[in-house]
Design a binder for this molecule. Structure first.
Ligand SMILES: Nc1ncnc2c1ncn2[C@@H]1O[C@H](COP(=O)(O)OP(=O)(O)OP(=O)(O)O)[C@@H](O)[C@H]1O
Ligand SMILES: [Mg+2]
Length: 284
């Protein structure tokens, strides 16, 4: 259903964010994408929704080639791609229900979209989506009155209201305290499973990825270094993902620590030589 093949992204300033990333994912799977800061996780999600064009490679979503679409085709494709941001991206001054209804905007055409008109069917879908994340009682609240956890639940509802083929979540719980992070991650995984939608989640919390996702894809140095079940995510894999340059640092440490010890050795040698030569200043 999602097929990412040899995706490479080089930014205009020459930064190579992704070298060659390939993996596939099926409908209903919940996949965590892990990797160090700067590993290219956000870049990869943006390639999947076409906000970032890839330098090489292809992204196929449900037989549609995202990488070769025109801007108009991408706009149409994106209505079926739900996105959840770390900072929620709700419209603060609008009520919760209207925020969720914006998930239906891609389905409205012409004058009705200009007037912000939503059909009774759209309203049903939006209310039902709010119910799924236990936020129906907040439907009329202004979005800016909600707590962080509530805001993220509303953005999950907005994504679900799109009736998407795929949900892309970029660090969805990074702004929440640890307890809320567990709850909201749990909500996201539960709702995604209930509606059976493929969900890719960029996440720094490895434990949350293990607990809530079906699969983990780890990216390091621009390529996939692990793709498997949470239980197969060993310490060695984590080293390859987060500490692949450990040796380099250890060597650097060794070089830094070498001069003093080398000088010490030289001094001892010198003292011994002077002692042997009977030089009194070498004593002690
Ligand atoms: N617009 C841009 N122009 C140039 N370089 C960029 C741009 N956006 C990102 N990069 C670089 O590309 C690399 C990957 O960035 P990306 O944001 O995808 O990483 P990430 O894995 O999402 O990191 P984080 O965990 O911190 O969110 C980084 O080195 C980053 O500095
Ligand atoms: Mg990122």
């Amino acid at each position: 259903m999602l097929q990412i093949t040899d995706v490479k992204v080089v930014y205009p300033n020459g930064n190579e964010a992704l070298k060659s990333v390939s993996f596939t994912a099926q409908k209903g799977e919940i996949v965590a994408i892990i990797g160090r800061s700067g590993a290219g996780k956000s870049t990869l999600l943006r390639c999947v929704n076409g906000l970032q064009s890839s330098t090489a490679g292809t992204v196929i979503l449900d037989n549609d080639n995202i990488t070769s679409m025109s801007a108009a085709e991408l706009n149409l494709a994106r209505r079926k791609i739900g996105f959840i941001w770390q900072e929620y991206n709700l419209i603060d001054r609008l009520p919760v229900i209207t925020n969720v209804l914006t998930g239906r905007l891609g389905y409205n055409r012409g004058i009705s979209s200009w007037l912000g008109y939503f059909s009774p069917q759209d309203r049903d879908i939006a209310l039902h989506s709010l119910e799924r994340v236990n936020m129906l009682h907040r439907a009329k609240f202004r979005a800016d009155r909600l707590s962080g956890g509530e805001k993220q639940r509303v953005s999950i509802a907005r994504a679900i209201a799109q009736e998407p083929k795929i949900i892309l979540a970029d660090e969805p719980v990074a702004s929440l305290d640890p307890e809320l992070a567990v709850q909201v991650m749990g909500d996201l995984a539960r709702v995604a499973r209930e509606v059976g939608v493929l969900t890719l989640i960029n996440i720094h919390h490895v434990e949350l990825a293990r607990r809530f996702c079906d699969r983990i894809v780890a990216i390091a140095q621009g390529v996939v270094v692990f793709d498997g079940k949470p239980e197969d995510l060993t310490d060695e894999v984590l080293d390859n993902t987060y500490r692949f340059d450990k040796d380099k640092y250890e060597q650097a440490d060794a070089v830094v620590s070498k001069p003093p010890s080398a000088i010490d050795d030289l001094l001892i040698d010198l003292q011994n030589t002077m002692k042997q030569a009977g030089n009194p200043s070498a004593a002690g």
